[in-house]
Design a protein around this ligand. Structure first.
Ligand SMILES: [Zn+2]
Length: 194
């Protein structure tokens, strides 16, 4: 959902560490209008579903048992030009509520493990799920590790690695237990930096 370069999402990680909430899309900014003064739309003026509307429909169809949950690959922007792949999530619910000034969509996504096998996306139910690393922590780690693998200094195929298996639970993710590793040094699953 946030592959668009202007993705303005504010995200929110639930206490279980694997469920995140993302805000929906504003109306397009055309001329002098201020999109944040308008309700986030389900449909365009011509009646077509917006991205919000498509996600809402996917949730309703999923809840009625008509389809599997939609798989969403989530990216987040750390700094201008620096994107991190947050991983694959299942779109399981949505809310449409007032933020005090206007109505906004909130989409509820649950982390899941998918991997490409022979060009097919396959859910890996055996792989333990890891806790989602909050964006703010990634930003601090990126600056501390200077955007390089801490072991060899590589600057390509980087991942955020945290030595905190989800199964152990209990401990929260902090700057101290996250580091940047390249693909060669990153043996466990973690969030990829584009
Ligand atoms: Zn390395």
């Amino acid at each position: 959902m946030s592959q668009r370069s202007n993705a303005p999402y504010s995200d929110f990680i639930h206490d279980n560490g694997i469920t995140i909430e993302y805000e929906g899309h504003d109306i397009p900014k055309i001329g002098n209008i201020e999109p944040k003064q308008f309700d986030q739309p389900e449909k365009t003026k011509t009646g077509k579903l917006t991205q919000n509307g498509l996600f809402k429909k996917a949730v309703l169809d999923y809840k009625e048992g008509n389809r599997e949950a939609e798989i969403v690959r989530v990216y987040e922007k750390l700094f201008p030009g620096i994107w991190s792949e947050k991983g694959f999530f299942l779109l399981i619910d949505y809310k449409y509520l007032s933020d005090g000034k206007r109505k906004v969509f909130r989409f509820i996504l649950e982390e899941t493990e998918f991997e490409y096998k022979n060009d097919h996306l396959t859910e890996n139910k055996l792989k333990p799920r890891s806790r989602v690393i909050p964006t703010e922590i990634k930003k601090i780690v990126w600056e501390r590790d200077k955007g390089k693998c801490v072991l060899c200094g590589a600057t390509d195929e980087l991942h955020f690695d945290h030595d905190l298996p989800f199964s152990k639970g209990g401990t929260s993710i902090t700057v101290d237990n996250v580091k940047i590793l390249c693909a060669r040094h990153n043996l466990s699953k973690s969030d990829k930096i584009e």
